[in-house]
Design a protein around this ligand. Sequence first.
Ligand code: AHN
Ligand code: ZN
Length: 334
Amino acid sequence: MRLAGVLITITIFAVTACITPDNEQKETSSGEESEEKQASVNVPEFNADSAFHFVKKQTDFGPRVPNTKAHTKCADYLAQKMKGYADTVIVQQSKVRAYNNDILNIKNIISVFNPGKTKRILLGAHWDSRPYADHDPDKSARWEPIQGANDGASGVGVLMELARILAKNNPDLGVDIIFFDAEDYGPPESDQSSKQDTWGLGSQYWAKNPHNFGYDAHYGILLDMVGAENAQFPKERFSTYYAPDVVDKVWNIADKAGYGKYFPDKEGGTINDDHYFINKIIGIPMINIIHLNPESENGTFFKHWHTKEDTIDKISPETLKVVGAVVLNVIFRE
Ligand code: AHN
Ligand code: ZN
């Protein structure tokens, strides 16, 4: 009788351990209800090497600045890869006016998973790279474009790996992954006339012209600069203002998965990023997972932000994995 009880306990523990997503959680044997709940869902494994590969494929094109050949080629690559994973891929093309009156040919790349589901989650990242290294210590480099390995390619790389996983592990809800264009074409630092709505041109366009009529999502998550070593993602303030419940959900999941060091329970800065326009224009509560560091040279972001040093060699597969695992946990626990 007693032996049977022990065997049942061991069996239950073994089954639970097998389907626990993270090593960190396997060591947790606390009987708390929330922890048991956290462990009882089968969450697929995020492959950091694959995500890194997707980041490098983008930087190999060179800076992906709108109206350049590298931009066109990278768009083709992204759309073609996503077509291999998603149910539908829509390339939304438009012309938008930049702060300096340049007309930019933009492409938002939209990948739809489970189009029939009404409950949907929107995931986003910007795929364009900034035309100016306006924070470079070398003044002569400030009008040159950046590689944008972290600022741009990292978020897209994580979402491409998520897409690869979703193609094999169908979640019980709809997921839309949007690669927004022309996020980073805002005025250079030297231009003081800078206006808020000169950033995020692709997301502004999409929010006014969503890919289907009456589009709605339960909530959204934007990834920006998610690849630096030892990155810190404090709670960005437009996120806590517009989508406090989503912030709580995501930071709690990160903490339970053992990633509290990356997702500290602290308030960060207020960042005028793509999620701001999604919240403001189309009213979908969307948060931003973004690397914020008030102690850095630029006072806000990671060390090499908007410099020529934002290159692939600074990308940490570990950080990509942490962010990818957190988003995967969010999706599969929904
Ligand atoms: C500004 O600092 C105005 N926008 C930040 C959004 C951004 C730039 N994300 C990446 N690069
Ligand atoms: Zn930027």
